[in-house]
Write a protein that binds this ligand. Structure first.
Ligand SMILES: Cc1ncc(COP(=O)(O)O)c(C=O)c1O
Length: 425
């Protein structure tokens, strides 16, 4: 049998053949044949599925990292990730305080430290909560929190646009989940009225939605929760460092700290580092230490991780942070005006600007055109956003040259984008 080995692994060999008739002979023996490629084992199954995704334009790729492009897509809203003074502070503190490069175990075993607990006390004070518990990422915090506090017999009402990590947490909890229409208080109210009262009822929202950049009507949500005896969880991923006194988030900004069971603050966006914490009561912290599986069954972050969070949150809360927040909000106003002039009524509620361009091919072509013009923006496709609402998600930063916003929109306009072609919104 003539064939060429295209790839091989200990569990699978893929052979590429040109003489298809001979290949078909193998089919009865459980070998899959497609377009002259023989695929055996699980790699063959994956290859076929990926091929389907590629043909439909939905395969995802790791983007090349190019430092020469103007960043209009990272979540580094305040520009702290690349701020030399923050890097130096973290390095200096690490040199003075780091005792070990690895934590050596889960926080419940050998991974705990005074550094970790001291950082958490500082975070609790910063976010005006009774306590804080650090997780290795926002993803880990959301799945750990929700699966620990929500019981199987409970019901979770969640905004249809919440982040995948919150959805995964709800799934892991085993509870029933009902979604309500995005930011639609009357739909939430109807669903609260119809909710069966077998267990607790939870409402899960984000303070600013990650793909649409609009704010949650949080006060109204909280009032409804209180009216119906529901408990509220707020993901503050995109408001940490951006809103509220010293960047402490929307819940603090609106004075709602006492009325929300748990908030998740992430540090990989506004404050430029990584990780997350859950802020809530001391008894909630005790419960999470006992029940949040992504906290318990995972090696604790290393000393430098806690130092980076502490220093970044301190800097975000300092005058340096205030001046960067002011610069960011000025740029948000500039973008609002630029889009207004282009016919798009965008209300600048956050640094996230969704420019909806329905169709995978369209949105990919626009991202390529922007890249060729020197801008780094990325296409956002289903399932991250609903099909038909594909978009370029532009993120604004405190250090942007505001003149680039108009130039970017002109690139899209030259390629045929018009505000009316936004579809579904
Ligand atoms: C709303 C929201 N929650 C949680 C996360 C996850 O946070 P992390 O990136 O720290 O895992 C993200 C990140 O994209 C997010 O946008």
């Amino acid at each position: 049998m003539k064939g060429e080995t295209a790839s091989s692994s200990p569990i699978c060999t893929t052979l590429v053949f040109s003489d298809q008739p001979r290949c078909r002979i193998l089919a009865p023996f459980g070998v899959r044949i497609k377009k002259g490629v023989i695929m055996t084992g699980f790699d063959g199954v994956l290859r076929e599925r990926l091929e389907g995704m590629r043909e439909g334009g939905s395969e995802r790729y790791l983007p090349e990292s190019r430092g020469d492009l103007i960043d209009l897509c990272s979540n580094d809203y305040l520009g702290l990730a690349k701020f030399p003074a923050l890097r130096m502070r973290i390095a200096a503190a690490a040199a003075a305080e780091e005792e070990r490069v690895g934590s050596t175990g889960s926080r419940l075993l050998t991974g705990n430290s005074e550094l970790a607990e001291g950082t958490e006390r500082e975070l609790a004070a910063h976010f005006r909560g009774e306590s804080a518990l650090v997780f290795s990422s926002g993803y880990a915090a959301n799945i750990g929190l929700i699966s620990a506090v929500v019981g199987r017999e409970d019901l979770v009402l969640f905004d249809e646009l919440i982040h995948a990590s919150l959805r995964d947490g709800i799934r892991l909890s085993g509870a029933k989940g009902w979604k309500f229409r995005h930011n639609d208080i009357s739909d939430l109210s109807d669903k609260l009225a119809r909710a069966p009262r077998r267990g607790r009822v939870w409402v899960v929202v984000e303070s600013v939605y990650s793909m649409d950049g609009d704010r949650c009507p949080l006060r109204e949500v909280v009032v409804l929760c209180e009216q119906w005896g529901a408990d509220c969880i707020v993901d503050e991923a995109h408001t940490t460092g951006i809103l509220g006194k010293n960047g402490s988030g929307m819940v603090v900004d609106e004075g709602l700290e006492e009325r929300i069971v748990a908030r998740v603050h992430t540090f990989g966006k506004g404050v430029g580092v990584h990780g997350a914490c859950v802020v809530g009561s001391s008894v909630l912290r005790r419960w999470l230490i006992n029940r949040a599986r992504s906290f318990i069954y995972s090696t604790a972050p290393a000393d430098t991780f806690f130092i980076a969070i502490r220093e970044a949150v301190r800097m975000g809360g300092s005058e340096e942070g205030d001046s960067r927040r002011r610069a960011l909000w000025e740029r948000i106003s500039v973008m609002e005006a630029v889009l207004g002039a282009a016919g798009l009524a965008w209300r600048g509620e956050s640094p996230i600007v969704p420019i909806v361009m329905p169709g995978v091919a369209v949105v990919r072509a626009m991202a390529t055109a922007a890249r060729e013009a020197g801008y780094r923006v990325l296409p956002i496709l289903a399932p991250t956003v609903p099909e038909g609402l594909e978009r370029i998600r532009v993120c604004l930063h405190a250090g942007d040259d505001p003149a680039v916003y108009k130039s970017l929109i002109q690139v899209f306009e030259k390629r045929g984008w018009r505000a009316e072609s936004r579809g579904g919104e």
